[in-house]
Design a protein around this ligand. Structure first.
Ligand SMILES: [Zn+2]
Length: 398
């Protein structure tokens, strides 16, 4: 791989800007961050042309893109999705499943293993996120109700034994068996997240004490304040604010309106909030009919108004966003400073997934996962482990 040098950029570390800075990369690792151009004999040079150079975006919740869904269960699907999202600035992602039959889940885990070995041209994989099937039926959203059930130790132990690639699992904490399930995940070093849930504060507190540390797509498919007879109860949203939980938000500009983006940012801040796409297969594709989940037995959905919807339009069925849009929306819709928006798309998700020693900032010693983009967060180039996996024609010498 050798030496690479990126010059003439506005570096976003993302704790500060370094204007006219230079990044030196050797064998896929960031070797130096400099305040000016430096001599590096034999280095291949990329001139950033005065654009931003930032840590690559890390999407910890994504289902598909480019016409493919991870639930297709093929190596090809994994590779194509990784390539599609790399074009839009994602350098690492956590492939996410949907509620499904166990056999289909196992097939997707197999495909992950194969694709992880051959993935050279796309965003890197950080391990699998199982979204379901242990959810509250009342908060299923677009998850297929046929497969929703309570945590079943025999089943989840079999899945955990089958694959060592599971890094995250989302479940509803109020279900019978959900607390021992959370404890088991924590014991295995797997991130437990609360999702598709009607829990009240008391449930979430117990879950938090037993390993659940992240709220999956805050505001989507979860309870807020409810009343039982005359009495009010705090829901998952209030719990996520009150407890020191991490949250992730779908920042496609559709799922959450600007006031809610601002509220999450104001209360949880850039260090506790990760931006996610939750994208389905139609990301990067024209609007129209599509399928959520596998082509074999997924749900028919419509993509319109920049989002996927169930056919009766009663619920969103995933986004069609890309990570550069997430950052752009936080800046343009929620008035968040660019440094913080980039942190929510890089440093914070890296920390949530436990990979912050390798990824998530422009720091010597970290993987050379970088994006170059303009004022509008249009991506000019994406590097994964020092490899230029995408570039448009605007870069010089790339
Ligand atoms: Zn999802």
């Amino acid at each position: 791989m050798g030496l690479l040098k990126i010059t003439n950029g506005i570096l976003i570390t993302p704790y500060r800007y370094i204007r006219g800075g230079t990044v030196v990369i050797e064998d896929g690792i960031i070797r130096g961050i400099h305040e000016r151009d430096v001599e590096v004999p034999d280095a291949v040079e990329i001139d950033a042309g005065g654009q931003y150079v930032a840590p690559g975006f890390i999407d910890i919740h994504v289902h598909g893109g480019g016409g493919y869904d991870f639930m297709d269960g093929t190596e090809e699907a994994f590779l194509k999705i990784a390539e599609l999202h790399a074009r839009y600035g994602t350098t690492a992602l956590v492939p996410t499943t949907l509620t499904a039959e166990k056999e289909d889940l196992l097939q997707t885990l197999d495909a992950y293993k194969a694709a992880n070995r051959t993935n050279r041209r796309g965003a890197a994989f950080l391990g699998i996120h199982l979204e379901g099937p242990y959810f509250a039926l009342s908060q299923r959203g677009a998850q297929d109700p046929r497969y929703i059930r309570n945590p079943d130790p025999q089943e989840y132990e079999e899945i955990l034994a089958y694959s060592s690639s599971i890094v995250r699992w989302s479940a509803a904490p109020e279900l019978e068996g959900a607390i021992p399930f959370g404890r088991r995940l924590r014991e295995k070093g797997i991130l437990a997240a609360v999702a598709h849930t009607d829990a009240i504060y008391e449930d979430v507190l117990e879950a938090y004490e037993n390993g659940y540390s992240l709220a999956t797509h805050l505001y989507s498919a979860m309870s807020g304040v409810t009343r039982r007879n005359a009495f009010r109860y705090a829901g998952v949203i209030e719990s996520a604010y009150l407890l020191d939980m991490d949250v992730e938000i779908i920042t496609d500009g559709v799922h959450l309106p600007p006031p809610l983006l601002k509220l999450v940012y104001k209360i949880k801040g850039a260090d506790r909030t990760a931006l996610i796409t939750d994208a389905m297969r139609a990301a990067g594709m024209p609007e129209g009919e599509s399928t959520l989940g596998s082509l074999k037995n997924g749900l028919k959905v419509i993509v319109e108004d920049g989002v996927a919807k169930l056919p009766d339009r009663s619920s969103f069925a995933g986004s069609v966003a890309t990570t550069n849009q997430l950052v752009r929306n936080m800046v343009q819709l929620a008035d968040v400073p660019l440094l913080d928006a980039v942190r929510m798309a890089s440093t914070t998700p890296a920390r949530i997934m436990g990979v912050e020693s390798r990824k998530g900032s422009l720091t010597p010693g970290k993987d050379a996962d970088l994006v170059i983009f303009n004022e509008n967060v249009d991506i000019s180039a994406t590097l994964v482990n020092g490899n230029l996996v995408y570039s448009n024609q605007l870069l010089i010498n790339a």
